[in-house]
Design a protein around this ligand. Structure first.
Ligand code: NDP
Ligand code: 8X3
Length: 253
């Protein structure tokens, strides 16, 4: 069976994990990346056994420029025809105002959400340019469109993703490469547990009474975006839980 190739950063959990599974069922082979090797190995096995989907694992930290370069350069020739680069790996770390926030949290968000996305795109976009074809989806957020208190740097990183994606779309236009952003509101994944440094009780409160989006909702959106005809590019999808009307307005019951 002919399969397209998708590379997903952050395939070990949440949106990346669900997207890998859905694309595997829809004629993609997958390059799976993330820091947690055991999860990558389990996902590869799952994709192979459930969907007969070939999968390649790259275990690295997108914050580390050398590791990222080495991992991408290790991709065998037969996997280099990447149709979709999904720059998904990212996080919010901490929920504190500018005057008390932990600077290490800021470094982690900037290095992952902005610099990791840039490293990946810098290495893979020339391969797409050579083939005059490809699609890059960058994970933004409602936080990239609306800044909110205690989210200063996270919102800043996602605003950067928005600006970078807009410029990329123009730069890559002559080469037939599509650039899209996906911008969700609250999606229940490991996101809030990571944001609150492992405090699962506090994380659960974020979704109380809300009916948040699921990672599967976002995976389905991505499948829709990548399956449009060649003449259509979905630039951005802003997708919210019905009970969330802005970054700060929730209807909980
Ligand atoms: P999860 O925490 O469930 O998943 C995050 C993924 O990113 C994991 O696979 C993790 O893998 C990977 N990741 C994090 N840091 C690194 C790193 N340094 N190097 C490599 N991989 C990394 O969160 P989500 O699935 O919710 O988040 C995915 C994206 O969606 C993020 O960019 C997030 O900002 C965005 N988003 C999330 C929303 C939400 O409400 N959940 C809403 C809007 C946007 P590992 O730890 O194994 O490295
Ligand atoms: C994640 C959604 O509202 O927590 O990007 O910033 S939010």
């Amino acid at each position: 069976m002919f399969r397209k190739t998708a590379l997903i950063t952050g395939a070990t959990a949440g949106i990346g994990y669900e997207t890998a599974k859905l694309l595997a069922q829809n004629n993609y082979q997958l390059i799976l990346t993330g820091r947690r090797l055991e999860r990558l190995v389990n996902l590869k096995q799952e994709l192979e056994s459930e969907f007969s989907c070939p999968a390649l694992i790259l275990n690295f930290d997108v914050r580390n420029r050398e590791e990222t370069l080495a991992a991408i350069n290790s991709i065998p020739d037969e996997w280099r025809k990447i149709d979709l680069l999904f720059n998904n790996a990212g996080l919010a770390a901490g929920f504190d105002p500018i005057n008390t926030a932990d600077i290490d949290d800021w470094e982690q968000m900037i290095d992952t959400n902005i610099k990791g996305l840039l490293y990946m795109t810098r290495i893979i976009s020339p391969w797409m340019i050579e083939r005059r074809s490809g699609h890059i989806i960058n994970m933004s957020s409602i936080a990239g469109k609306e800044a909110y208190p205690n989210g200063t740097v996270y919102c800043g990183t996602k605003s950067a993703v928005e600006a970078i994606s807009k410029a990329m779309r123009i730069e890559l236009l002559p080469y037939g490469i599509k650039v899209s952003t996906i911008s969700p509101g609250a999606v229940e994944t490991e996101f809030s547990t990571v944001r609150f440094h492992g405090d699962t009780e506090r994380a659960a409160k974020v979704y109380e009474g809300l009916i948040p989006l699921s990672a599967r909702d976002i995976a389905e959106t991505i499948l829709f975006v990548v399956s449009r005809p060649a003449h259509v590019c979905i630039d951005d999808v802003l997708i919210m839980p019905h009970r969330q009307a802005s970054a700060r307005d929730f209807y909980r019951k």
